[in-house]
Design a protein around this ligand. Structure first.
Ligand code: SF4
Length: 290
């Protein structure tokens, strides 16, 4: 297998075989993200991807059960080419249970419903999608490239194709100014298309990104730990589901996981308990990268 640059994958793909199908991100504009800032986007030739899959089969044997195809927005590949590598992977690994890619609503808009159904038939099980917020003002400020209504439309399209959707929400990405709208609108949008998984991350600024500059210039106020917990609480209070809620990331101040709506009251109780802990006991909100 050949890898180029830093290879990012969701924590839930920690045990998956990683085969790069794209290099970089075709959007590459989000103001908080630095993952692929220095990388010129390209799609790898199908022959190279298949060669890497074959190398992986020779190296690990045919018992691989899950594959994730980095980098950012691999769903952008031509549908027949992505289907070709998915079908080839199924031939090589007869025990495969899951194949996944990243795909944001901006890129999903390019796919027709029948193309998504074809990818599902080829073995695409799940799409990891960074929605970050359901608030149009926040989405516009962070340059996500789609609106809340487009997110709902694309989310429903993926679900109707029978592909699982894992949606990522970024606590604190609206700053102090939009915390309430960010929480309420994100809940409304998630309830409208009910992804299979809602995964929480908390915004941490990365050096060199436009949003980190805004913080340093005083144009964006980050949430304190208690404010982030309160935003999380407001979001969860308004979630109806049904979906699985996970906070499987080091950035979060709260480790809250469960089914919505079944586990909602327990999760809210946990958040109330965390809010009784003095703020100085939590990590500093911007302690990691600034
Ligand atoms: S779409 Fe994802 S990978 Fe691309 S710039 Fe935005 S957050 Fe980063």
């Amino acid at each position: 297998m050949r890898y180029e640059g830093t290879v990012y994958r969701p924590p839930s793909e920690a045990n998956s075989l990683l085969i790069q199908a794209t290099i970089g991100c075709p959007h590459n504009k989000c103001t908080f993200c630095k993952m692929y800032k220095r990388t010129k986007f390209r799609i790898r030739p199908v022959a190279d991807i298949k060669e890497d899959l074959l190398t992986a089969r020779d190296y690990y044997g045919d018992l691989v059960q899950t594959i994730f195809f980095p980098d950012g927005n691999t769903i952008v590949m031509k549908t027949d080419q992505l289907a070709e590598i998915l079908n080839y992977a199924r031939e090589l690994f007869p025990f495969l249970k899951r194949m996944t890619v990243y795909g944001s609503a901006k890129i999903l808009k390019l796919k027709k419903p029948e193309e998504l159904r074809l990818l599902k038939e080829a073995g695409l099980t799940r799409i990891h999608s960074g929605m970050e917020s359901g608030d149009d003002e926040v989405l516009s400020r962070i340059l996500k490239g789609f609106t809340a209504s487009e997110m709902i439309e694309e989310g429903l399209k993926v679900r109707e194709a029978g592909i699982e959707l894992s949606e990522y929400i970024l606590i604190g990405i609206g700053g102090r100014e939009r915390t309430r709208e960010h929480a309420l609108e994100s809940a409304r949008v998630l309830n409208a298309f009910t992804p299979d998984f809602v995964r929480l991350r908390t915004f941490i600024p990365y050096n060199g990104t436009p949003l980190a500059d805004d913080i340093q210039q005083g144009r964006f106020q980050m949430l304190s730990p208690h404010e982030a917990l309160k935003e999380t609480r407001l979001l969860i209070t308004h979630l109806e589901g049904p979906f699985e809620l996970l906070s499987d990331h080091f950035s979060n101040f709260a480790w809250v996981n469960g089914r919505i709506p079944e586990d909602k009251s327990t999760i809210l109780e946990t958040l109330d308990q965390l809010l009784e802990i003095p703020e100085k006991e939590f990590r500093k909100a911007d302690s990691h990268y600034l």
